[in-house]
Design a protein around this ligand. Structure first.
Ligand SMILES: Nc1ncnc2c1ncn2[C@@H]1O[C@H](COP(=O)(O)OP(=O)(O)OP(=O)(O)O)[C@@H](O)[C@H]1O
Ligand SMILES: [Mg+2]
Length: 227
């Protein structure tokens, strides 16, 4: 790790709101994020937390427009434009929703994808580099990171098999080839290395109940650590 990346990373911190937590789910298409988010939300609600699930890009009226612009694009978007579109939607969602909701004690905000997706997709997939992504996030509120990131790791084959099962048209990213997916996996592994305390890696090749048990373990560790 270079000294410059070290210095950049030192700026990223989770928000400090007593009794509230910020959690993100990460992993390539078909990892099981949506499946596990539903279960995790239900579980946390049973522990009396108020749980809000947000997705990127989107979650605000401005963000939903950006989401459509990216995911439904039929022509290539320049990687730098793509990174800024995601960062733009992220800043708006943090400002408009996340920070306000976290101020209510006992709230858990769950993001379906966050900064590690930008590291994986734009940093590695599109080749901008991780430093470029971290630098783009150097202003508040983009310096906010989750207390806990659940990285569900699967291989290329599993991703393809699970995507094919879904039988819905492939979106902008799903149309990319194997080389691109391998870069995404490398990007997530790099995030896990750079943010070892925040990013908890789970073997997503295992069955759904195994993955969920791992999630519960990580969540309990977080809640007990911060309290
Ligand atoms: N651990 C698992 N073992 C087997 N199948 C799984 C597992 N987790 C999820 N699946 C199945 O894989 C498919 C994709 O799961 P899901 O939609 O949760 O992935 P995702 O990470 O949200 O993908 P995307 O990034 O495309 O939204 C679904 O059909 C789901 O039922
Ligand atoms: Mg999903």
């Amino acid at each position: 790790m270079t000294k410059e990346i070290d210095q950049l990373i030192a700026n990223f911190r989770p928000p400090a709101f007593p009794g509230s937590y910020f959690i993100s789910f990460e992993g390539i298409e078909g990892a099981g994020k949506s499946t596990q988010i539903i279960q995790t939300q239900r579980y946390l609600e049973s522990l009396n937390f108020r749980v809000l699930v947000l997705r990127e890009p989107g979650g605000t009226s401005f963000g939903e427009k950006l989401r459509k612009a990216i995911l439904e694009s039929n022509s290539p978007i320049h990687p730098v434009a793509e990174m800024h579109l995601f960062a733009s939607s992220r800043a708006q969602l943090l400002h408009e929703v996340t920070l306000k909701e976290l101020a209510v004690p006992g709230t858990i905000i769950i993001y379906d994808r966050y900064i590690d997706s930008t590291i994986a997709y734009q940093g590695m997939g599109r080749g901008l580099g991780i430093e470029a992504v971290l630098k783009t996030h150097q202003s508040f509120p983009l310096t906010l990171v989750p207390h806990l990131t659940l990285y569900i790791a699967i291989g290329l084959n599993t991703s393809h098999l699970r995507q094919n099962k879904r039988q819905i048209p492939k979106d902008y990213f799903e149309r990319q080839g194997n080389d691109f997916y391998q870069k995404l996996i490398d990007g997530y592994e790099k995030s896990h290395e750079l943010f070892p305390e925040r990013v908890f890696k789970i073997d997503g090749e295992k069955d759904e109940s195994f993955v969920f048990e791992e999630i519960k373990r990580a969540v309990h560790h977080l809640i007990e650590r911060v309290r």
